[in-house]
Ligand binder design. Structure first.
Ligand SMILES: CC(C)(COP(=O)(O)OP(=O)(O)OC[C@H]1O[C@@H](n2cnc3c(N)ncnc32)[C@H](O)[C@@H]1OP(=O)(O)O)[C@@H](O)C(=O)NCCC(=O)NCCS
Length: 242
């Protein structure tokens, strides 16, 4: 028995530490992906107070769940939570952006300028990214997603669980793509667009900057920048502010 615990402890010791900047309800998905690539979460750097949400767990609950699981694997490491002003670089740590969208840019500018932090892409081990596709800085690809050949995924974009990105897609920075989305070939998704869970996008379309595709929509026409589209087929419902 002692040998098993020793083995587990040694395995955890050999794991790579990650530092997460900011946090979001996708915390568990990020942590799953970290472990799937042989890492563990060592520190979380907070930059703002957690927003009040009407339902669901808080960051502290998620952290405690992770911490107790970590303890069960024989790892006594305590995840450190600190404020941005108290952060200093640990060269062993790999950095991960813990929330997404264009609102992350000021935080990224600051940690890059002040601390020289860089953010490699993080891809869950069960995802399949074509070697002919390119993932830029800080991209996250969740469990079971597929990125077909000849795509470019812009910096800090996120592709959630079980999504398929068709071949020749061009995805600009800070795009957020929900779970179980399907995009056909040659789709161009401009900066900061959001694709809700389970939507489908026809081939050769442009989704404009800052647009939002509602959950379950089927998009058959270009989407103007800043528009919210919904339904089957999707129609513009409103222009989003900011
Ligand atoms: C689009 C969404 C964000 C709602 O945004 P909102 O600004 O609150 O919009 P509203 O609820 O005011 O809806 C605006 C219009 O779109 C319609 N609408 C919104 N979501 C819709 C959907 N998924 N399907 C069909 N119509 C939808 C509303 O009925 C309303 O129509 P109307 O103006 O004709 O009455 C939300 O419905 C949604 O789809 N979220 C996706 C969440 C998601 O995928 N999360 C990922 C989890 S990891």
């Amino acid at each position: 028995m002692a040998a098993i615990w020793r083995k587990l402890r040694d395995r955890v010791k050999a794991m790579k530490p990650f530092v997460m900047f900011g946090t979001h309800p996708l915390f568990g998905d990020y942590v799953d992906a970290i472990h799937a690539v042989g890492g563990y979460l060592s520190r979380v750097v907070l930059n703002v107070q957690e927003p009040q949400r009407p339902a669901g767990q808080k960051f502290q609950d998620r952290l405690e769940k992770y911490q107790s699981w970590l303890r069960a694997t024989g790892c006594s490491t305590q995840v450190k939570v600190l404020w941005l002003d108290d952060y200093s670089v640990d060269p062993d740590e790999t950095a991960l952006l813990g929330f997404r969208g264009t609102k992350a840019q000021p935080l990224l500018d600051l940690v890059k300028e002040r601390h020289g932090v860089t953010f490699p892409p993080l891809v869950h081990r069960s995802a399949m990214v074509s070697p002919m596709s390119e993932l830029h800085e800080g991209v996250f690809v969740g469990a079971g997603s597929v990125i077909a050949p000849n795509c470019s995924v812009g910096s800090f974009s996120l592709i959630n669980r079980g999504t398929t990105i068709g071949h020749d897609n061009l995805i600009e920075p800070h795009v957020v793509i929900g779970p179980s989305v399907q995009t056909a070939s040659s789709v161009h998704i401009e900066s900061g667009a959001v694709l809700g869970i389970g939507c489908t996008i026809r081939e050769h379309l442009v989704l404009g900057a800052g647009s939002y595709v509602a959950a379950g929509a089927v998009v058959l026409k270009h989407v103007e920048p800043g528009h919210l589209v919904a339904g089957v087929p999707a129609v513009s419902k409103k222009v989003l502010s900011g």
